[in-house]
Design a protein around this ligand. Structure first.
Ligand code: SF4
Length: 268
């Protein structure tokens, strides 16, 4: 990872823009609000890998409980888990949901790590990013977001992570529709940003934190650091819909607004 300034002090970052959204401006505002995120929250690269798999389709708090169970039993290492069958892993990660499926995915990842890298996550750092990504994607149960999370946060590879939070925030910023294919969005970010692992790491973290705390389903635009540069695409509808629901619940009405359904409200 290259040293030097990160973010608004980086002259290459200032030139990074996509359409009407200046990524340097966006990133600078996010960092000025809360500082660098220091991700991924884990005590080892191996723990990052497990967390990236366990967080599929669940909240991070549920993952933390599963990781804590593994930690309390001294199982947060490749050597400790290398011989353990999925049937024994499953009850230990119950809190993460779909635990039988996730246990099989962890087992598949452990087999991959042993076979390809001798059980050492650090050995992934020497792989070419796209080669590592392709290898990870060949592991059952590992999709693009999980593969890139492991590659970036565990192996320090220059691959930008796209997730539902990225789609939501940047759709509201008017930079994308939000339903583009994963690889298309990843390429947009990687073409627009300086190719720096540390920047990719922190920018994605900033997006996730903003989407969780501020740019939620019902966004708190008044306190958002992006308020001055965000056209809030689709937000007016979101807030109008939310206010109508609030009024309905106060009046006891069960009728929904015309043209909406239980599935058509704001989405994550
Ligand atoms: S101004 Fe509102 S819609 Fe735009 S990023 Fe911030 S919270 Fe989201």
């Amino acid at each position: 990872m290259r040293g030097g300034a990160l973010g608004t002090d980086n002259p290459r970052m200032r030139r990074a823009s996509r359409g009407t959204v200046d990524l340097g401006e966006v990133y600078g505002r996010l960092v000025r609000r809360r500082g660098h995120a220091g991700w991924w929250p884990a005590q080892s690269a191996f723990e990052v890998c497990l967390g990236a798999i366990l967080v599929q389709n669940t909240a991070w708090t549920n993952v933390e409980k599963a990781l804590e169970v593994l930690r309390s039993r001294r199982l947060l290492s490749y050597d400790a888990l290398r011989e353990m069958p999925a049937s024994e892993i499953a009850p230990l990660i119950r809190s993460s949901g779909c635990f039988n499926v996730k246990a099989r995915r962890l087992r598949a990842f452990l087999d991959f790590l042993g076979r390809e890298f001798g059980g050492r996550v650090q050995a992934m750092e020497g792989e070419e990013p796209r080669v590592l990504r392709a290898k990870l994607l060949a592991v059952p149960g590992i999709g693009p977001e999980t593969a890139d999370s492991i590659a970036l946060y565990a192996a320090g590879q220059r691959l930008f992570v796209i997730d539902a939070y990225t789609r939501r925030v940047f759709a509201r910023l008017g930079a994308m529709a939000g339903d583009e294919p994963y690889d298309v969005l990843q390429q947009i970010f990687m073409d627009a940003l300086p190719s720096e692992t540390r920047l990719y790491n922190d920018f994605h973290a900033q997006i996730v934190l903003l989407a969780k705390d501020v740019c939620t389903r019902r966004p708190a635009c008044a306190v958002c650091p992006l308020e001055g540069v965000c056209p809030r695409v689709g937000v007016a509808h979101t807030l109008k819909w939310s206010r109508m629901r609030a009024r309905e619940s106060q009046s006891g009405s069960r009728r929904r607004p015309r043209g909406t359904s239980r599935e058509s409200g704001p989405t994550a």
